[in-house]
Design a protein around this ligand. Structure first.
Ligand code: PLP
Length: 428
């Protein structure tokens, strides 16, 4: 029994499934999760001292690599003055200014502690501001675990086979309508059938929680036009795409304007931060200036703000990061596609920016049905082979691979070589 196995046994006695977030339990890949000791740059090391090339990146935040020296220094310096005050600090304004300067079409920001909170609050703003209750989301998109969003959800909910969670009141779920990703007609039908009742359409501008599914040409533009026509707000959930696709996220990358935007992950530099943002007109409807209540004891935490400011400042000052990580991810996707042909692997590789997925299906993956056609048992086999070769991937088919600034060409070469060995072995 290795150390991870021992620790997992103990963990399962006191925490459901031994974890604090379901996908970490490795159930989809039939293994014991690696317990982690430390991480640095592109590498993560488990409690038995095995070092892996990491493509999870804490599920997105670590775009500059783990334990970035500048981020650590900022955290260290800030924490000396105290961990939390429950009162305003200058750093909150600094991070808000930075976000507003980097992201198009937003004027004001409210900080929260997670992506879930950001989305939950943005949905409340949309409802409060429009006076309407219904929300349209897309099947297979994940927007955190608030009641209204756990309807046909992706990520861990999908992997666990429960995209509709127990414990969500039918009355709440009834106000969440689901459309098909990349299918504008499915959205229009819902808007038409629920005329005057839809507060917002919420979308992952790149779906990354059913695996990576880029928006088809014209899809996001079409959503914008439909929202305008039916007087609904358009919410971009940029918890993954924010500060990743580009400095200004998906709005900049695709040139489409959203009314409300949610952030998480990268904005906190590895600390628990989320945010929602929009025009002054919408955001001033939030308490204390407006009637839409939202609050948080630890929101705007000084240490978390320091980490976020440092990471975002670096990204803002180094736009070449985006060119590099996109080029590296495109290179890796090309290698994986070549292997697909060479070994008749029966895979489909989707990639955009620094996000990538290998689906174990031969059909193009443009929506949830395509993603669901994947052979999850074959993904699990692929995962286990890759882990044995010290490549740390997401332990589930319906997740993204995150490439970051710390991955070197040598790391990518090693990853492509491991994938070749894996697909060759799986072909036999
Ligand atoms: N929205 C999207 C697009 C996400 O990918 C996630 C998490 O993966 C969330 C919301 C929820 O964020 P958090 O896990 O920080 O609550």
């Amino acid at each position: 029994m290795d150390t991870s196995e021992k620790l997992f046994e103990q963990a399962q006695k006191v925490m459901p499934g031994g974890v604090n977030s379901p996908v970490r339990a490795y159930r989809a890949v039939g293994m014991t999760p690696r317990f982690i000791q430390s991480a640095k740059g592109a590498y993560i090391t488990d409690v038995d001292g095995v070092q892996y090339i990491d493509y999870v990146g804490s599920w997105g935040p670590m775009i500059l690599g783990h334990a970035n020296p500048q981020v650590l220094r900022a955290v260290e310096q800030t924490m000396k003055n105290g961990l939390s005050f429950g009162a305003p600090t200058e750093r909150e304004t600094d991070l808000a200014n930075l976000v507003v300067s980097m992201v198009p079409n937003i004027e004001m920001v409210r900080m929260v502690n997670s992506g879930t909170e950001a989305v939950m609050s943005a949905v409340r703003v949309a409802r409060g501001a429009t006076g309407k209750d219904k929300i349209i989301k897309f099947e297979g998109c994940y927007h955190g675990h608030s009641d209204a969003m756990l309807v046909k959800a992706g990520s861990g909910a999908l992997t666990g086979g429960r995209p509709d969670s127990a414990g969500v009141p039918a009355a709440v779920a009834g106000d969440t309508l689901t459309a098909t990703y990349n299918d504008l007609d499915s959205v229009e039908r819902l808007l038409q059938a629920n005329k005057g009742q839809v507060a917002a359409v919420i979308v992952e501008p790149v779906a990354a929680n059913m695996g990576v599914v880029p928006p088809a040409q014209g899809f996001l533009e079409g959503l914008r036009a439909l929202c305008d026509e039916y007087h609904a707000l358009l919410i971009f959930d940029e918890v993954i795409t924010g500060f990743r696709l580009a400095r200004g996220g998906a709005q900049e990358y695709f040139g489409v304007k959203a009314d409300l935007v949610t952030f998480g992950k990268i904005i906190g530099g590895g600390m628990p931060v989320g945010a929602f943002a929009g025009s002054r007109e919408l955001m001033e409807q939030v308490a204390p200036t407006g009637p839409i209540y939202q609050a948080g004891t630890l929101s705007g935490n000084p240490v978390a703000m320091a980490a976020g400011i440092t990471q975002l400042t670096y990204l803002n000052d180094h736009p070449e990061v985006y060119t590099k990580i996109e080029a590296n991810t495109t290179w890796l996707a090309d290698q994986l596609r070549a292997l697909e042909d060479k070994y008749h692997a029966g895979t489909t590789v989707n990639q955009i920016g620094s996000l990538l997925s290998v689906f174990f299906t031969e059909q193009p993956v443009t929506n949830f049905a395509g993603a669901k056609s994947s052979d999850v048992a074959r993904y699990a086999e692929y995962f286990r082979h890759m882990l044995a070769q010290k490549i740390y991937l997401a332990p589930a088919q319906f997740e993204a691979m995150f490439v970051g600034n710390a991955h070197t060409q040598a790391d990518l070469d090693a990853t492509a070589a491991a994938a070749e060995k894996t697909l060759a072995a799986m072909a036999n």
